[in-house]
Design a binder for this molecule. Structure first.
Ligand SMILES: Cc1cc2nc3c(=O)[nH]c(=O)nc-3n(C[C@H](O)[C@H](O)[C@H](O)COP(=O)(O)OP(=O)(O)OC[C@H]3O[C@@H](n4cnc5c(N)ncnc54)[C@H](O)[C@@H]3O)c2cc1C
Length: 403
C-alpha cells in the first residue's frame, strides 16, 4: 500500500473523522478527503439526548476537532455535500453538487438514520410536532418545544427513548413512554435492571404505557393524538425512537455485499477490497466473538475509525474487542461491556444505587455492567470469558481485581 494514495471517506461522523485523524497520526502522506452531508464539523451524538438536549452543553463541547485541525493536517473537508453514487470500476464517487471525485481507497462511514417504520411507516410520522433524533438540529428542535407544562409522548423505550424521557422530564415536560416491551431494555440488560430503570423513571414522574403498540398519529385540535392498541395518548409533541436504519444504500447500489449493514471482514474491508466500511453502517467480523456484528455505539465508531486507518496504512490489527456502551438517565450512569443475550443469568454485586451486574451463560461471563461505579470497566472487560463461581462474583468483600 502506497502512502501517497488518495483516501476518500464518506460520512463525517465520529467514525469517519477518527479515520482521517488516525491516518495522519500513522503517517499517511497522501490526500485525505472527508465528505459529509451535514454542514457541521464532525461531532459526537451521545449529548444530543443528554446534556445538549438539556441545554447544559454547547456544540463545541462535542465537536471532534476544530476546523483548524483539518486545515493544519491537510484533510479536505467537504461539508453539506452528499455522495450520491459510486463507480467502483473507475474508482470515482459522484457528489450532490454535480462534481465527481476519484479515490484509491474508499471508506464508507455513512452511519444510520432514525427508523420511521420501514416498509410500513407509522401513519402520521411526517406531521409537524413529530420528532426524530439523530442530528444537532433534531435535538435543538426537540429542546425548543420542551419546557414546564409541555407534554411529550415518546414511542419506543430503547436507549434514545429512555434518555430523552429523562432529559425532557428534567426540562419540566410531562413525558409518556409508549412501548411494546413489558420492561424497558430488559432484552439487553435483563429484567431486574430494566425494572430498576423503570422504577427510577416512574419516581421522577415518567408515565409508561407498557406492552402497547402505536397504530398511527393524528393532528387533533392543536395537539397530537397517538392512537394505540390500548387507550389513545394526547401530547403536544411526539418523539419516534424506534431504532435506527444503517445507510447501506450507496454500497448496495454499487454491488457491494450488504446484509444488516455493509458486510466487512475483521480488517473492515468489504467485498470490494478498495472499499472499507466502519461505524454504525458496518457489519464486521469480530474475531473474539467469531461472528458478524453491527454495533451502534460511540466506542465502536471511534475504534473502527482507528482500525480502518491501521488497515489502510498496512497494519494487521483486527476487530477483536468486546462491544462497549454507556448511558446516563437521571442519576443513573452506567457502562456495559460484552455481548449478553436474553436468558443469560444475571449476578448482582453491590448495593441499591451502585452495583455491578455480571451476565453469565453456562457459567461463563459474557458481559458486565457497572452502574454508578467508575474506573472498573477495564477490569470487567478482563473477566469476560472466565468462569467464576456466582457466590464470589456477588461477594463485595472479594476484591474485584482478585477475581
Ligand atoms: C441521540 C443519540 C444518542 C446516542 N447516545 C449514545 C450513548 O450514550 N452511548 C453510545 O455508546 N452511543 C450513543 N449513540 C450512538 C453513537 O452516536 C453512534 O454509534 C455514532 O454516532 C456512530 O458514528 P458513525 O460515524 O458511524 O455514524 P454517524 O454519527 O451517523 O455519522 C454518519 C455521517 O455520515 C453522513 N452521511 C450519510 N450518508 C452520506 C452520504 N451519502 N454522503 C455524505 N455523507 C453522508 C451523515 O449525515 C452523518 O453525518 C447515540 C446516538 C444518538 C443519535
Amino acid at each position: 500500500m502506497s502512502h501517497s494514495e488518495h483516501i476518500v471517506i464518506v460520512g463525517g461522523g465520529l467514525a469517519g473523522a477518527t479515520t482521517a485523524i488516525e491516518l495522519r497520526k500513522r503517517g499517511h502522506a497522501g490526500q485525505i478527503t472527508l465528505i459529509s452531508s451535514e454542514e457541521h464539523l464532525p461531532y459526537e451524538r451521545p449529548p444530543l439526548s443528554k446534556d445538549f438536549l438539556q441545554g447544559k452543553s454547547a456544540v463545541k463541547d462535542f465537536t471532534v476537532r476544530e476546523e483548524e485541525y483539518y486545515t493544519e493536517h491537510d484533510i479536505t473537508l467537504q461539508r453539506g455535500v452528499t455522495v450520491t453514487g459510486l463507480d467502483r470500476a473507475e474508482r470515482v464517487v459522484r457528489l450532490s453538487d454535480g462534481t465527481s471525485l476519484g479515490y484509491d481507497q474508499l471508506v464508507l462511514a455513512t452511519g444510520a438514520r432514525p427508523n420511521t417504520g420501514g416498509s410500513a411507516p407509522i401513519e402520521g410520522a411526517q406531521l409537524p410536532g413529530v420528532h426524530l433524533l439523530r442530528s444537532i438540529e433534531d435535538s435543538q428542535a426537540l429542546r425548543e418545544n420542551l419546557g414546564e407544562g409541555s407534554t411529550l409522548a415518546i414511542v419506543g423505550s430503547g436507549w434514545i427513548g429512555m434518555e430523552v424521557a429523562a432529559s425532557a422530564t428534567q426540562l419540566g415536560a410531562k413525558v409518556t413512554v409508549i412501548t411494546p416491551d413489558a420492561i424497558p431494555l430488559a432484552a439487553v440488560l435483563g429484567e431486574r435492571f430494566g425494572e430498576h430503570l423503570l422504577k427510577i423513571h416512574r419516581a421522577q414522574g415518567v408515565d409508561f404505557k407498557l406492552q402497547t403498540k402505536v397504530r398511527s398519529i393524528h393532528a387533533d385540535h392543536g395537539e397530537l393524538l397517538v392512537d394505540t392498541d390500548a387507550e389513545p395518548i394526547r401530547a403536544d409533541h411526539v418523539l419516534l425512537a424506534i431504532g435506527a436504519v444503517p445507510n447501506t444504500e450507496l454500497a448496495a447500489a454499487a454491488g457491494i455485499q450488504t446484509d444488516s449493514g455493509i458486510v466487512v471482514d475483521a480488517s473492515l474491508r468489504s467485498s470490494d477490497s478498495n472499499v472499507l466500511a466502519i461505524g454504525d453502517v458496518a457489519q464486521a467480523f469480530n474475531t473474539t466473538l467469531r461472528r458478524q456484528l453491527r454495533v451502534e455505539h460511540w466506542d465502536n465508531a471511534a475504534r473502527q475509525g482507528a482500525l480502518a486507518a491501521s488497515t489502510l496504512t498496512g497494519g494487521d490489527d483486527e476487530y477483536d474487542w468486546y462491544p462497549y456502551f454507556f448511558t446516563d438517565q437521571f442519576d443513573v450512569g452506567m457502562e456495559f461491556v460484552g455481548q449478553a443475550e436474553a436468558g443469560d443469568e444475571a449476578e448482582f454485586r453491590g448495593g441499591e444505587d451502585e452495583f455491578i451486574v455480571f451476565y453469565l451463560r453456562e457459567g461463563v461471563i459474557r458481559a458486565a455492567m457497572n452502574v454508578n461505579l467508575w474506573d472498573v470497566n477495564d477490569t470487567l472487560r478482563g473477566l469476560i470469558g472466565r468462569s467464576i463461581e456466582p457466590e464470589r462474583l456477588r461477594d463485595p468483600q472479594i476484591d474485584l481485581e482478585s477475581l
